[in-house]
Design a protein around this ligand. Sequence first.
Ligand SMILES: Nc1nc2c(c(=O)[nH]1)N[C@H]1C(S)=C(S)[C@@H](COP(=O)(O)OP(=O)(O)OC[C@H]3O[C@@H](n4cnc5c(=O)[nH]c(N)nc54)[C@H](O)[C@@H]3O)O[C@H]1N2
Ligand SMILES: Nc1nc2c(c(=O)[nH]1)N[C@H]1C(S)=C(S)[C@@H](COP(=O)(O)OP(=O)(O)OC[C@H]3O[C@@H](n4cnc5c(=O)[nH]c(N)nc54)[C@H](O)[C@@H]3O)O[C@H]1N2
Ligand SMILES: [Mo]
Length: 770
Amino acid sequence: MSKKRPEGIRDYNAPAGGWGALEAVARTLKDQQVITQGAATLLKANQPDGFDCPGCAWPDPKHTSSFEFCENGAKAITWESTAKRAGPEFFSRHKVAELWKWSDHDLEDAGRLSFPLIYNPADDRYEVIEWAAAFKIVGEELNKLASPDQAEFYTSGRSSNEAAFLYQLFVRAFGTNNFPDCSNMCHEATSVGLPMSIGVGKGTVTLEDFDHCDAIFSFGHNPGTNHPRMMTTLHDASRRGCPILVFNPLKERALERFAAPQNPVEMATFSSTEIASSYYQVRCGGDLAALKGLMKSVFERDTADIAASGPGVLDREFIAEHTQGLATLRADIDDTTWDHIVEVSGLAKADIEAAADVYVRAKRVILCYGMGITQHSNGTANVQQLANFLMLRGNIGREGAGICPLRGHSNVQGDRTVGITEVPSKALIDGIERAFGFRPKQDKGHNAVETVKAISEGHSKALICLGGNLAVAISDPDYVFAGMRKLDLAVHIATKLNRSHLLTGKTTIIFPCLGRTDVDIQASGVQSVTVEDSMSMVHASRGFLKPPSDVVKSEPAIVAGIAKATLGDRYGIDWDGMIADYDRIREKIESVFPIFFDFNARVRQPGGFRLEVGASERIWNTQSGKAQFLIAPGLDEDPVLADRDLLVLTTLRSHGQYNTTVYNLDDRYRGVFGRRDVLFMNKDDLAARGLAEGDRVLIEAAIGEDGERKVAGFTAVEYPIPRGSVAGYYPELNVVIPLSFFDKLSGTPAYKGVPVKVSGEPRRSETAAA
Ligand SMILES: Nc1nc2c(c(=O)[nH]1)N[C@H]1C(S)=C(S)[C@@H](COP(=O)(O)OP(=O)(O)OC[C@H]3O[C@@H](n4cnc5c(=O)[nH]c(N)nc54)[C@H](O)[C@@H]3O)O[C@H]1N2
Ligand SMILES: Nc1nc2c(c(=O)[nH]1)N[C@H]1C(S)=C(S)[C@@H](COP(=O)(O)OP(=O)(O)OC[C@H]3O[C@@H](n4cnc5c(=O)[nH]c(N)nc54)[C@H](O)[C@@H]3O)O[C@H]1N2
Ligand SMILES: [Mo]
């Protein structure tokens, strides 16, 4: 007998993918009123002459071949190519105070921004403004600042290489390195951690490597929702018998069972493929312990094998020739007890040993990971232990093996490559001097957390955002909202309206820009932009849809407009020439970054080209010239977590959202429909608190000032999640995360390891009785 579940909560027993995915796409097309051109638009995604899907950063071999169906890619595309418009008429109807009360979904669902807007405080409305007048205001406001360091320049990872390159050029010529970007909230632990380990902050594998590996380890990512095209790769690997070992606190359906919409047999017979061969429900924040356990088991096998006169299980040749630090790592692991590992990871010793067994039997191993690893107060240490684990058996820099961070936004990796960074290297500064004849300063600028802090404390007075929704994406939005309302200047370059745009300062401007799907025509004709995927493949992207209005400009053109209005002809940079023909931008990218040699020719090859990644060739660009085994003392993510009465909260994406963009209120694979106000809990944790599924709960941060950050009105949902861990949705739960709670090495907010107290809200009957 099945018990009654709370409203909107159902058991979901089907595999991921399959017909449900096709149906979801049909519904999205209808909701966004793009029935007629919608299907044709989808067919152009990731085609040789088409646009790059803005849905995720997983590579697509189909840049050279036929259409591949992907539900969440289709949602991202239809959401952008919607027929709805948020134009002058919309803004004359709605005051900002009214829009503030709308949901995040409804704000974006108003449609594409189609005219430049300036906020009129007297009327509390956005009004249309001419481009030239708006650029002039931005330039004047920026030039009024006491120092360029009082301005912050945010980037979200949808922007093309061309837009991002011009943006960083403009900002460096203006005179600051304040480059907060979405990467600071995402894979910064990778960008900081991996260079120390292997000399490069990117993944080392290519898509072909997945055809050759003998095992795949997957830590803390949810590809069925967030990297849907990866499901084809995992599906194929599973079907050829490659073990897939998943470490994830939640049983994610797509990692269990997947029906590939491209597979006619699975579709016709309603069958599916098992994805994970073993599923390890590690506690939130227990990865460091799990990894040390895996390494401990590898070392124990090595010792045993050598005692039995075997060669051992470590790749000694690789370790001797290519690495440093093994002895120190081994000492750290020897000092770690199994009891402690089991307690903190939440995994049984036998399970960890079984996974280690698969690892040592496999000749070639790929390890994939996502936000479950990076968004912790020990995120960088987590990433480095992943690298250690692979290096023990030489699993980096050869066919079928390597490390594979799943990037977020479709061009977040490319934006970094072309200079979006608050810590510019000497090579970057030299490159700009070589290409443009001026030498930018090299001091460290602000990352995302430092930016919102500087704004809130009144040190920074201007914020320009190339896309994104910074105020909602970062921790502690209430604190951040108040700060942003004090800005002298806020400028947003965006496709759709969101809450950050409603945080109006003294002068607030919204510039509407083209998206990936829109055709971009400049003086020399139709332009392509370029993007880099998770595997360092660079390719061209060319939209073809009619833009939302005749006046919407491309991101590069908007950046150039702001730059000219701010800098005049400082340093003689030819902004107009570069906008007239984006090949001119790419030539400059090539002069600043030699790895882009022959850029314009190579990007015209079908499928584009791969940027070199030293570690893939066993070239280690570390200080020592060797790959480094690095240690992370202890196991606990945060000392406060040693208090086992606390729960660890992780914040996740639902199947119906793209970061702060909420497409709909369903999270189909987790059985949640029409709502997001839920907290997934283990049944024993519910019972221990005298709670039952369906009870309303109060969630309080157990860090920061007591009782300072809390949120009520969430409904407890019983879920297969380890004891001690609870999960809910981002961004709703960001209110309980203090801004100061981040990985000290990388600055990445610890969104997935927040110590909280959970208690029942008084039931209505109790309140009435009292
Ligand atoms: N459709 C869609 N696609 C997207 C996005 C989107 O929002 N929607 N966002 C894009 C962006 S910017 C990014 S960064 C990526 C994000 O892609 P993911 O990294 O997949 O993102 P999350 O949903 O945050 O969830 C990560 C997974 O980590 C698990 N997890 C949580 N805590 C822990 C932990 O402590 N340890 C371990 N081992 N696992 C844990 C969760 O159960 C979940 O399965 O996706 C990108 N693609
Ligand atoms: N609690 C918690 N917080 C998190 C996370 C988490 O897992 N948990 N994840 C973090 C991560 S990984 C990330 S990456 C950040 C995301 O942070 P952001 O990248 O800042 O946020 P998005 O929600 O992706 O931004 C959406 C907005 O981008 C604009 N946009 C969309 N397409 C384009 C385009 O082509 N050009 C321009 N100029 N604008 C465009 C639209 O206006 C849209 O409203 O959030 C972080 N915050
Ligand atoms: Mo991200």
